[in-house]
Design a protein around this ligand. Structure first.
Ligand code: KIV
Ligand code: ZN
Length: 517
């Protein structure tokens, strides 16, 4: 790897998937990994193989199918984790084991109940153990930022001697500020004698909104791998956002003098896909990929951009793959027209997928006059992220209005049986959800509800994203329709179906995560 190139280590499918409600099934993870590979990331951290059989299989399938990228798995500094990790990634063309242990006194004493000396020994043992499997071993000093600096230096030096080819310095709790973090990286490079024998990496969380700034400060001080996620998703406030780091380095090449391998034109597609698969909606004012990132509303700005784009735009929307939503297809468009438009948008569908999307497209085009690109993308995302449907919507009728008690009658299909219930509630959506709850028999709590119009116009499709919780497990669900009550019911059922499909996997995951080493 050239010295002026930053390695983009993507952890969307590991740390990103740890966001509440973002759990993905194997097919969804593989689909996301394909897009990450198109995007040009150097390393995909595909999961935490020991955490559940589902995650193990997902990492293994990604390692087998995605060949042009390093595929990495996470492992605590214990032999069982490292064995599981290796068994999952070894089928890959470029496998990597990523092992970690905490180095701050807080974590060592309170969480691990170990001593500094024991942690140092375990770190070295784990790296040496992983090296028996592969030369490509990454070590992370969890909570590095709050660790005693001299002790951190000794751990870093020791794991490099043990053969760690990458050493990662995480800001696990998002505590650092840029000047301080940059200086810490510089001091590490000055104080660890063998530091040049490894690739130095950072992994910043966003609790104070500084993850990207901290990562960039580290880059300016010599770090050459950055760990990040698409849309910045991840534990709590998330991880550093991949697209922001990449576009900052690209836009300010004058300052950084560095490059990445990222094909920036794939950024918008990756962002859309990850949002659709995880159900985590991108905030409109999010840098680079938010809906408003390139829209100018004040008259002065609009005037300036029309006269000379760079007056108010530092990036070109096309450079991140954002195109004007084109109004092209109608009910008269055929399979060829649909397939060509999707190809233009970067989606090549299998004949079976095309057939399914075409059917849905026809149904949609009957309801609305024009089908926009965003409508098409929603259809494809829906088809590709389909979960096994334990319950599907067969019929929905709601009544609401001023002075009317809102009621809903809902009919569901469940394994060949037809179920029907009616309920009243605070509004038509609440009534429908209550009727659905009666039929599924699940105790489901609605944690979040979000409605947006997919395209413009009065006949625009509504897209509803919900987060629901049952027994401590949170999942997201999505539904689209020109009728927003129907979209709401579809989103709720999608969440319930996901819940049923992921329950066993997630329970196992949470149990393992909570276990102490
Ligand atoms: O935030 C963190 O410290 C991590 C490590 C496992 C790298 O995610
Ligand atoms: Zn993390």
């Amino acid at each position: 790897m050239a010295q002026n190139q930053i390695i983009i280590f993507d952890t969307t499918l590991r740390d990103g998937e740890q966001s509440p409600g973002a759990a993905l099934n194997i097919q969804q993870k593989v689909q996301a990994a394909r897009q990450l590979s198109e995007l040009g990331v150097d390393v995909i951290e595909a999961g935490f193989p020991v955490s559940s059989p589902g995650d193990f299989e997902a990492v293994k399938t990604i390692a087998k199918e995605i060949r042009g990228v390093e595929v990495c798995g996470l492992a605590r500094a214990v032999k069982g984790d490292i064995d599981a990790c290796w068994n999952a990634v070894k089928v890959g063309k470029k496998p990597r084991i990523h092992t970690f242990i905490a180095t701050s006194d807080l974590h060592i004493e309170r969480k691990l109940k170990m001593t500094r000396a024991q942690v140092l020994e375990r770190a070295v043992e784990s790296v040496s153990y992983a090296k028996k499997y592969t030369p490509n071993v990454e070590f992370s000093a969890e909570d590095a930022v709050r660790s005693d600096f001299n002790y951190l230096c000794s751990v870093v030096e020791a794991v490099i001697d043990a053969g760690a080819t990458t050493v990662n310095i995480p800001d696990t709790v998002g505590y650092a500020v840029p000047d301080e973090f940059g200086a810490m990286i510089r001091r590490l490079r000055e104080n660890v004698p063998n530091i040049d024998k490894t690739v130095l990496s950072v992994h910043c969380h966003n609790d104070l909104g500084l993850s990207v700034a901290n990562s960039l400060a580290a880059v300016q001080n010599g770090v050459r791998q950055v760990e990040c996620t698409v849309n910045g998703i991840g534990e709590r406030a998330g991880n550093a956002s991949l697209e922001e780091i990449v576009m900052a380095v690209r836009t300010r090449k004058d300052l950084f003098g560095l490059t990445t391998r990222i094909n920036t034109k794939e950024i918008a597609k990756a962002s859309r896909l990850i949002s659709s698969l995880t159900g985590i909606v991108v905030q409109p004012n999010k840098a680079v990929v938010g809906a408003n990132a390139f829209s100018h509303s004040s008259g002065i700005h609009q005037d300036g951009v029309l006269k000379y784009r760079t007056t108010y735009e530092i990036m070109n929307p096309e450079d991140v793959g954002i195109e004007e939503s084109a109004l092209l297809l109608t009910a008269r468009s055929g399979r060829n027209g649909l397939s060509n438009r999707l190809k233009h948008l970067g989606y090549t569908l299998s004949p079976k997928e095309l057939e399914a999307v075409f059917e849905k497209f026809k149904a949609l085009a009957d309801k609305k006059k024009y089908v926009f690109d965003d409508d098409l993308l929603a259809l494809v995302d829906r088809e590709r992220s389909a979960v096994p449907e334990a319950f599907s919507l067969d019929y929905l009728n709601t009544t609401s209005g001023t002075g009317v008690i809102p009621t809903a009658t809902v009919r569901l299909k469940n394994e060949g049986k037809i179920l029907q219930e009616a309920s009243c509630g605070d509004g038509p959506v609440d009534s429908a959800y209550k009727a659905i709850d009666r039929m599924t028999g699940l105790k489901v709590k609605l944690v979040d509800y979000n409605l947006r119009a997919i395209s413009s116009g009065k006949d625009a499709q509504g897209e509803v994203t919900v987060k629901i919780e049952a027994n401590g497990l949170i999942v997201s669900g999505k539904g689209t329709s020109t009728d927003i009550i129907e979209a709401s019911a579809l989103a709720y059922l999608n969440g319930i179906n996901k819940l049923l499909a992921t329950r066993s996997r997630k329970t196992e995951f949470d149990k393992k995560i909570k276990e102490q080493i």
